[in-house]
Design a protein. Structure first.
Length: 371
């Protein structure tokens, strides 16, 4: 209201000057300025009285580059606003409003990077066309939070095709390149209890004494079964850049979804001592996805000892080099995934801008140029 008050003071000064110097020509602009300032202040004040702006509650999470519907609802004051703006932390710039503007505003917002986004209450600013009077109103409610999840992308074969369910990447001999050698010999595994019989289990795995006692079909559970599932290790130590770190996180998320839907897998995050398990029903995926959204650069890479297992190990790194002895730690084969082209071997697959290549035995060295 400071500008309106200044215009009113100027109008009063013109009227006083015209009266003192007996100059009637000063009275007309003086009265006009007083009326303009008073009318602007009154209109804006009545329009702001009782006006409220609220954000309609939405989802607490959204994936990168996916549209997030931002819905704002506005209530008029005693009069329609002569003009103004609607401001929200999710908007790049304020949205202008006027007397004929709709009361409900819906805008699809997209986020290019994962992480937390603070949601402060939106604000409504009302002003006259000359901006002589300005009032802010409607910033109500506690601040919230939105979690932007890493994008999940398809795993592609070297030829560019998608490694979809039931389809193996080219050059893998009809098998999924990410599964590696996961079929261990059951004779080499130890008994770790019983579980309900699953259709298709060999008769040699059925525990007949338990069947005779209980009348229920039970099969032997083997200790190495969980260890034979592929393990995705996310290495965020010394990333080449923030974009490289985000690419590695997207690749890890995409690989987890790809492998979990094809029989299950595990994920070892930076700082964790034990991997997280993902079953084909994907019940644990929302929590894992949220943790991936908050991953940051780590001071050191995960110890290789935590990645030792009977199945394949897919080491997703935000930098170019792979840990030594990765192939020896993975009984089912080791794969190194890094942003951009792999420096180790020919690509076995690609995902989220990263390239995956097999390391150790079975790896194919990149072709060298002949001068």
């Amino acid at each position: 209201m400071m500008r309106a008050a200044g215009v009113a003071v100027l109008g009063a000064a013109l009227i006083a000057g015209g009266t003192v110097f007996d100059t009637a020509s000063l009275h007309v602009p003086g009265v006009a300025l007083l009326a303009l300032a008073g009318g602007a202040a009154l209109w804006v004040g009545l329009a702001a009285h009782g006006a409220v702006l609220e954000r309609v509650p939405g989802a607490h999470t959204v994936e990168e580059e996916r549209p997030y519907p931002l819905v704002l609802e506005r209530r008029h004051g005693l009069l329609l606003p002569p003009g103004g703006t609607v401001t929200d932390t999710l908007l790049g710039e304020p949205i202008p409003i006027g007397p004929a503007s709709p009361l409900r505003i819906r805008i699809d917002v997209r986020f290019s990077r994962r992480g937390r986004r603070a949601l402060h209450p939106p604000s409504l600013t009302i002003f006259d066309p000359l901006r002589l009077a300005v009032r802010s109103s409607g910033a109500t409610g506690p601040p919230g939070e939105l979690l932007v999840l890493p994008r999940v992308e398809p795993v592609l074969a070297p030829g560019g095709g998608s490694a979809a369910a039931g389809e193996a990447p080219r050059g893998t001999g009809g098998r999924d390149a990410l599964r590696g050698r996961m079929d261990g010999s059951a004779a080499e595994l130890d008994l770790d209890g019983l579980r309900p019989y699953r259709l298709g289990t060999p008769a040699s795995r059925i525990h007949w004494p338990a069947v005779a006692r209980s009348g229920e079909m039970l099969e032997r559970r083997l200790t190495a079964e969980s260890d034979s599932a592929p393990l995705v290790v996310l290495d965020t130590s010394r990333p080449a850049s923030e974009e490289a770190l985000d690419m590695a996180v997207r690749a890890a998320a995409s690989l987890c979804v790809h492998l979990a839907r094809r029989g299950g897998c595990a994920l070892l995050l930076p700082g964790d001592r034990r991997p997280l398990s993902l079953a084909p029903d994907m019940s644990a995926w929302p929590g894992v996805h949220a943790r991936l959204a908050l991953v940051e650069a780590a001071p050191a890479r995960p110890p290789l000892a935590r990645a030792r297992r009977a199945g394949a190990v897919i080491w997703v790194s935000a930098r170019a080099d792979a840990p030594r002895d990765l192939a020896a730690a993975a009984g089912g084969g080791g794969f190194h995934v890094t942003p951009g082209p792999s420096p180790l071997a020919r690509a076995t697959f690609s995902v989220a801008g990263c390239t995956g290549a097999r390391v150790g035995r079975g790896a194919v060295a990149p072709a060298r140029r002949v001068a």
